[in-house]
Design a binder for this molecule. Structure first.
Ligand code: GLP
Length: 240
């Protein structure tokens, strides 16, 4: 694991955005894995600013998002599809059919299979952006998820529902299930960039980096990945 620690969050987001911009410039047909939550917001703002100022071309890239809430259509303001459209896709020149987010409604088993197939048909994910749940989840793979899981439906744990309630008008509004890329799906990405900041991420970062590799800490499996970089601020790195 490579670890980069930044003194300011601005510098951290700029570094992650620069990594993505360089990757897209080097390979205009890049397949990007993307994430949601609050962590990548300013990274996306940097990508949008760069596109507006420098015209970085996204017309041939494909993107695959990690996850989506079950029961929310893409038009729902708290869905991850809506989030991605609002914060990134609508501001880049990427054709919408090349943006992939799992559907959270309809035949979910079929959707999970279709999503995996779609990733394979695009040649796999070149560079995956990840956040980290306070309980160590990646995507929505909660502690206990099998390391060989592929895209699947998960029951969200109480702590994840609590952590994400801030985006909804109340805890009871938070969906209790999600569709997520599996841990195996994530591990097959050629490169991974994990972004974490703030003191709430210090313990899961410590356990992911220095703890035993165990299904009770999903992010710990990243220790076995050949090309992972962690982008951290000093608070998230405090226990390393
Ligand atoms: C959600 C997402 C994860 C994300 C995590 C961290 O649970 N499904 O992909 O990494 O939140 O969120 P935040 O960045 O808001 O701390």
């Amino acid at each position: 694991m490579q670890i980069q620690i930044f003194q300011s969050r601005e510098a951290l987001h700029r570094a992650v955005a620069d990594r993505f911009i360089s990757a897209v410039k080097a390979n205009p047909k890049m397949v990007l894995g993307l994430s949601t939550g609050s962590s990548p917001l300013d990274t996306y703002a940097n990508l949008v600013r760069d596109h507006q100022q420098n015209g970085t071309d996204y017309s041939k890239i494909h993107t695959f998002n990690l996850d989506e809430y079950v029961g929310l259509k893409g038009s729902h303001p708290q869905s991850y599809r809506y989030f991605m459209n609002a914060h990134l896709f609508h501001h880049l020149n990427i054709p919408m059919p090349q943006t992939h987010v799992p559907a959270g409604v309809g035949d979910l088993e079929a959707e999970c299979e279709r999503y995996e197939k779609e990733i394979q048909e695009c040649g796999g994910i070149d560079l995956q952006l990840l956040g980290l749940g306070t309980n160590g989840h990646i995507g929505f793979n909660e502690p206990g998820t099998s390391f060989d899981s592929r895209t699947h439906v998960v029951n969200l744990l109480e702590e994840t529902i609590d952590a994400n309630a801030r985006f909804f008008s109340g805890k009871e509004e938070v969906p209790t299930k999600a569709v997520t890329m599996g841990i195996q799906t994530i591990m097959e990405a050629r490169q991974i960039a994990l972004l974490a900041y703030g003191s709430k991420k210090a313990a899961p970062i410590r356990d992911a980096v220095n703890g035993p590799i165990t299904e009770s800490m999903p992010a710990s499996l990243l220790q076995n990945h050949a090309d992972v970089t962690l982008y951290l601020d000093e608070e998230a790195a405090a226990l390393l």
